[in-house]
Design a protein. Structure first.
Length: 235
């Protein structure tokens, strides 16, 4: 499979496997976060309605973990690729951390929201989240105590779907990095890109649930695979 040519448009989708080597836990492996927490209690609107303090406690811990982490070689490589081809590379992430941005990437599409952002459930105002969020904290826009993490929970619509769809339709190459292939709509992006004529490549530790849909795949740690792939593209 041809890696890429200079004028091609590349869409990169990243999942939890991109940040795992930075110390941020993945969700669906045997030691993943969802094996230690009930997702119905900490990652659904219903769970937040039942016990907002518990949900804030969970995300406060995740936020602190995120802020203590550092970008790894895979984040650095993707930022380097985007800098080299700023008009031709679209970075889409399922991750809620900011490690791509801290590596130097810009305009990353966070389809599942961001740990470092807060959302008012009453007026939909968004702002930079403090390290510790509390149930009674007022919204800076409307003053109502309806603040929540700006995270897409199960049962909610991911962000920026029109923009992502347009990028997939225009892509010449779609690359999925560190994704499980279990979470939709992201798991369907490979088919959407392929139907539009793009070549498809999977870079992941082990085959995803959608591995058979890709034209090519490479397996191993993201910190090794991604810099190697980026070097080939830019070389």
């Amino acid at each position: 499979m041809t890696i890429s040519t200079r004028g091609e448009r590349i869409v990169v989708l990243t999942g939890a496997g991109l940040s795992a080597e930075s110390g941020l836990g993945t969700f669906r492996d045997k030691d993943g976060l969802w094996t230690r927490y009930d997702l119905n209690e900490v990652a659904t609107p219903e769970g937040f309605a039942r016990n907002p303090a518990r949900v804030h406690e969970f995300y406060n811990a995740r936020r602190a973990n995120c802020l203590g982490a550092r970008p790894n070689a895979a984040h650095d490589a993707l930022a380097r690729l985007q800098r080299a081809r700023p008009d031709r590379v679209t970075l889409v992430t399922q991750n809620v951390d900011d490690l791509l941005e801290r590596a130097g990437a810009r305009d990353v599409i966070h389809m599942h929201g961001e740990l470092t952002r807060a959302l008012c459930a009453a007026c939909l105002h968004r702002w930079d989240a403090p390290l510790v969020m509390e149930v009674a904290a007022p919204c800076p826009a409307c003053a109502r105590p309806a603040t929540r993490p700006d995270i897409v929970w199960f049962g909610e619509m991911p962000y920026h779907m029109e923009r992502i769809g347009a990028a997939l339709q225009a892509a010449d190459l779609f690359v999925a990095i560190g994704t499980s292939g279990n979470v939709y709509p992201a798991a369907g992006f490979v088919q959407e890109a392929a139907f539009a004529g793009a070549r498809t490549l999977e870079l992941t530790l082990e085959p995803s649930a959608t591995a058979s849909l890709f034209d090519a795949a490479r397996f191993g740690p993201a910190s090794v695979l991604v810099p190697d792939w980026v070097a080939e593209v830019l070389g």
